[in-house]
Design a binder for this molecule. Structure first.
Ligand code: 13P
Length: 251
């Protein structure tokens, strides 16, 4: 059986006190209701250690939103996988389309980052997804296949169980336009098929999350698709009520 996961990517939002309040509300819900799905909160780096103490009393996990490809040293402003791990994180998100777009992160760099994260025993949520131009020109499968082939398929099989994939069509992120259940399921099934071909022992166990304007209204239908194992949630993870409803949708 695959793990259902609901992860909140807070991006560059919230103050420290907002972050503490939101995580306490989520924590309160989780300790009371004990949902079957795994819940991950991904705050800014600066809040990781503050949330660690709430995490220890609760049952959510913590993720960073990125990590450096370097182990340590003179890289002003960067944050290493070791620092993330030692701040209490269990996961790191790598390859988010906002990192690819605004920081020009390419496949080679993303692979280095993943190796660095795995070396620190962090789990990785790897994001992939096509632009609207790719989809309109019918190249969306090709784009996602290339992102997986150039990064995930270069990882040694012994580490694959540390990976979760998030399919996030760029045109659906922060736009209010969600992929339809059919569009999302079709891509998730395609991703699983590629994993089946490359790492046959892991296709059934790898969680593949959907991200892109997923909210409390559309989550239940998306999560009931056979190859959608939860969501990576942006905007709707910033309010306890909507995020909790999404957790409930994952069962
Ligand atoms: P939205 O849910 O705000 O569209 O963001 C999705 C996302 O980028 C999660 O990583």
């Amino acid at each position: 059986m695959r793990k259902k996961i609901v992860a909140g990517n807070w991006k560059m939002n919230l103050s420290l006190s907002d972050a503490l309040e939101l995580s306490s509300e989520v924590s309160h819900y989780l300790t009371k209701s004990k949902p079957a799905c795994e819940v991950i909160l991904a705050p800014s780096f600066t809040f990781l250690s503050a949330l660690k103490s709430i995490k220890e009393k609760s049952c959510f996990l913590l993720s960073a939103q990125d990590c450096s490809a370097a182990a340590s040293g003179a890289f002003t402003g960067e944050v290493s996988a070791m620092q993330i791990k030692s701040s209490g994180a269990d996961y790191v998100i790598i390859g988010h389309s906002e990192r690819r777009k605004y920081h020009h992160e390419g496949n080679e760099l993303l692979l280095e980052k993943i190796h660095r994260a795995l070396a620190e025993n962090l789990n990785v949520i790897f994001c992939c997804g096509e632009t609207i131009e790719d989809r309109n020109s019918g190249h969306h499968f090709e784009t996602v296949q290339e992102q997986l082939t150039r990064v995930i398929f270069k990882i040694h099989e012994s580490s694959i169980s540390k990976l979760t994939i998030a399919y996030e069509p760029v045109w659906a992120i922060g736009t209010g336009v969600t992929a339809s259940d059919n569009q999302a399921q079709e891509m998730h099934a395609f991703i699983r098929l590629l994993i089946q071909e490359k790492f046959p022992d892991h296709a059934d166990t790898m969680s593949i999350l959907y991200g892109g304007s997923c909210n409390e209204k559309n989550a239940a239908a998306l999560f009931s698709c056979p190859d959608i194992d939860g969501g990576l949630i942006g905007g709707a993870s910033l309010k306890a009520d909507s995020f909790i409803e999404i957790i409930q949708a994952a069962g």
